[in-house]
Write a protein that binds this ligand. Structure first.
Ligand code: X8Z
Ligand code: ZN
Length: 622
């Protein structure tokens, strides 16, 4: 399981680290059992040579783990589960071997570059190998099992009038109801239906946390969350403060959006269903986890009929299939001067949901061999959501390709938020002007009302996401630290949802439910704060790339399509991988060392003014 993280679009994400040298990895409590022996070997080899050796040794096992994992997630069955689980177990054993050797070098002289690689090797890991083989095997099996159940999960009900036949729906079908239906009870049925799947692995998750924590403690971390937080080139406590700072910058905008959306939903569903002084019922926001609300744009359109941009309708009308949709996304990247995708990408990616087998549809991007064998796995449909997701995934792929000649330990995002932000940055350039340019729509309306409509549509995804992006790991950090106990998993989850998102469940929930576990990244142990950071960073990137493209004017009108200058800047940022602290990479690319929300706030300034006007006289909040 340890490498599962790097497998999904983030080969990088397992081996992250910070510039703070790996001190916490080697606390007194976890001194290696035979330091003398290790020191001896260290004396024979310099730290530089050790890191060079590790870079080579990872390549083989990395390819093997990916092969097993790819086979499993694109064809879930008991055989592929066994192979994936065994491969993950081997990867953990390998990690343990390398990390044990690494201890001998912690105080040895190193070049700056070796020190960064050492940091990447030892800090910010998504999973750390527990000491015993039995624990590693169990951890690998639990992880494989949970992800498989999630991928194949279905909500079944007796077929109309039948006592024997069942009507079963998977996550995509249930999500489709949340996107399209405007009937309160139908929505609630789909919402609660998906949540019948996760309770079956709650026990597994509890045990997973226990063993994963044992792994983290073997390397001097207090718990697994401490390991996750150590991967940001700053002390963990400072990283937590950074997240709080960014959240406090954007919180007022979120609250303004929340207020208006709640008012409009109350108009549609009635104040009895959507009371104006409480959180919004979670199943009414167009998304299974209420994380992005773009699908309910029709219910909250500021100026109906103005500048309508129905990208889904345009995609359906254009008759683009999955390959054509992916090619449209590739075309954006090549317009910037980036390379075409290798032929093998088209041969080996999974671009549609197979009809004959179970797969994990949750989209991901892969570099199978840390070279040219790059792929994505996505169940593409002609919808705006999937169209944007292909761009998101290709952002990962172009990152992989840009840093493929870096040593293995530098083949990662500058931090994990960078990796998640690249494709999204491109999506910000998919302005009405761009969509017209590529022939997807045929007219662009340019007036203040159209601007507000556009901004509302984007804010429903980008601003609504922010508290969600924050709370998943706030919940997990406390689960890992033991502050949240299994008997309070659900209660504490809903407490966070209510506090930050201003959202509540319309039906009672209990500890028999496992609602945090209904989210892919919890079942699959993928850290989530990366997406919160990415939502801030992508606006900083957009601004800098627009400047590079010579664009003058409001940022929501900027598209970097066809700009080779923007492409050059982007390529430079990507090619650095994780060879330097992210602050250095950011500074070289966009001239600042800080993640900062002023770019996203500036971008949405017109909408914020409009929202505040609309909300006048309303009692906002919950
Ligand atoms: O998981 C993803 C990507 C793959 S890295 C599809 N995203 C998050 C999610 O779906 O919850 C992208 C946005 C947030
Ligand atoms: Zn991603």
């Amino acid at each position: 399981m340890i490498e599962k993280i790097m497998i999904k679009n983030q080969r990088a994400f397992t081996l992250r680290a910070t510039t703070v040298l790996a001190s916490c990895l080697f606390l007194a409590s976890c001194q290696p059992s035979s330091p003398a022996k290790k020191d001896e070997s260290a004396d024979k080899k310099t730290a530089d040579a050790f890191i060079a050796d590790v870079n080579q040794r990872y390549l083989d096992i990395y390819r093997e783990t990916n092969a097993a994992q790819w086979a499993y997630l694109t064809y879930i069955n008991e055989d592929t589960a066994l192979l994936a689980s065994k491969a993950n177990e081997r990867m953990m054993a390998f990690d343990k071997e390398v990390l044990a050797e690494a201890r001998a070098y912690k105080d040895k002289p190193m070049s700056t570059s070796t020190a960064k690689a050492y940091t990447n090797l030892t800090l910010g890991k998504t999973l750390l190998p527990p000491d015993t083989q039995a624990e590693r095997a169990e951890l690998a099996q639990l992880g494989t099992n949970m992800e498989g159940i999630y991928g194949a999960g279905k909500y079944c009900k007796p077929k109309n009038g039948s006592s024997t036949e069942q009507d079963c729906r998977d996550l995509n079908q249930l999500s489709d109801v949340l996107v399209k239906s405007r009937k309160y009870d139908e929505l609630l049925d789909a919402w609660t239906g998906w949540r019948t799947v996760a309770p079956s692995y709650k026990k597994d998750y509890v045990r997973y946390v226990e063993i994963a924590n044992a792994g983290a403690r073997a390397y001097g971390f207090g718990d697994l969350g401490a390991s996750w937080k150590s991967g940001y080139d700053m002390p963990s406590a400072n990283f937590e403060t950074e997240v709080e700072r960014l959240w406090s910058q954007v919180e007022p905008l979120y609250k303004s959006l929340h207020c208006k959306v709640r008012t409009d939903l109350a108009k549609h569903y009635g104040k009895d269903k959507v009371p104006l002084n409480q959180g919004i019922p979670a199943h009414l926001l167009g998304n299974m986890w209420s994380q992005q609300w773009g699908s309910i744009y029709d219910l909250v359109t500021p100026y109906p009929g103005v500048g309508d941009l129905d990208v889904t309708a345009a995609l359906v009308k254009s008759k683009k299939d999955a390959v054509a949709i992916a090619k449209t996304a590739e075309n954006f990247f090549t317009s910037l001067g980036l390379q075409s995708l290798p032929q093998s990408f088209w041969e080996k990616s999974m671009l549609t949901k197979p009809r004959d087998r179970e797969v994990v549809c949750h989209a991901s991007a892969w570099t199978m061999d840390a070279k040219d064998d790059v792929r994505i796995k996505e169940c593409i449909e002609p919808t705006e959501i999937e169209f944007e997701t292909v761009h998101h995934e290709l952002g990962h792929v172009y990152y992989f390709l840009a840093y493929k000649d870096q040593p293995y330990l530098f083949q990662n995002g500058a931090n994990d938020g960078f990796h998640e932000a690249i494709g999204d940055t491109i999506v910000l350039s998919m302005t009405p002007g761009y969509l017209k340019n590529i022939g997807l729509i045929n007219k662009v309306e340019n007036n203040q009302k159209a601007v507000i409509n556009q901004q509302m549509k984007l804010a429903l995804d980008k601003i609504a996401f922010l508290p969600f992006g924050k709370i998943i790991d706030q919940w997990r950090w406390q689960v890992f630290s033991g502050k949240i106990k299994p008997e309070h998993y659900n209660e504490s989850w809903w407490q966070l949802v209510n506090q930050y998102q201003g959202i509540r469940s319309a039906v009672p929930r209990s500890e028999n439910d496992f609602d945090a576990g209904s989210k892919y990244h919890v079942a699959a142990n993928v850290p989530y704060t990366r997406y919160f950071i990415a939502h801030i960073l992508q606006f900083q990137f957009h601004k800098a790339l627009c400047e590079a493209a010579g664009f003058k004017g409001p940022l929501h009108e900027c598209s970097i399509y066809n700009s080779k200058e923007a492409g050059k800047k982007l390529q430079m940022l990507l090619a650095a991988g994780s060879s330097k602290p992210w602050q250095d990479v950011l500074e070289e690319a966009i001239g600042t060392r800080e993640m900062d929300a002023s770019a996203i706030l500036d971008y949405f300034a017109p909408l914020k003014a409009w929202l505040d006007e609309q909300n006048k006289g309303q009692a906002c909040g919950w």
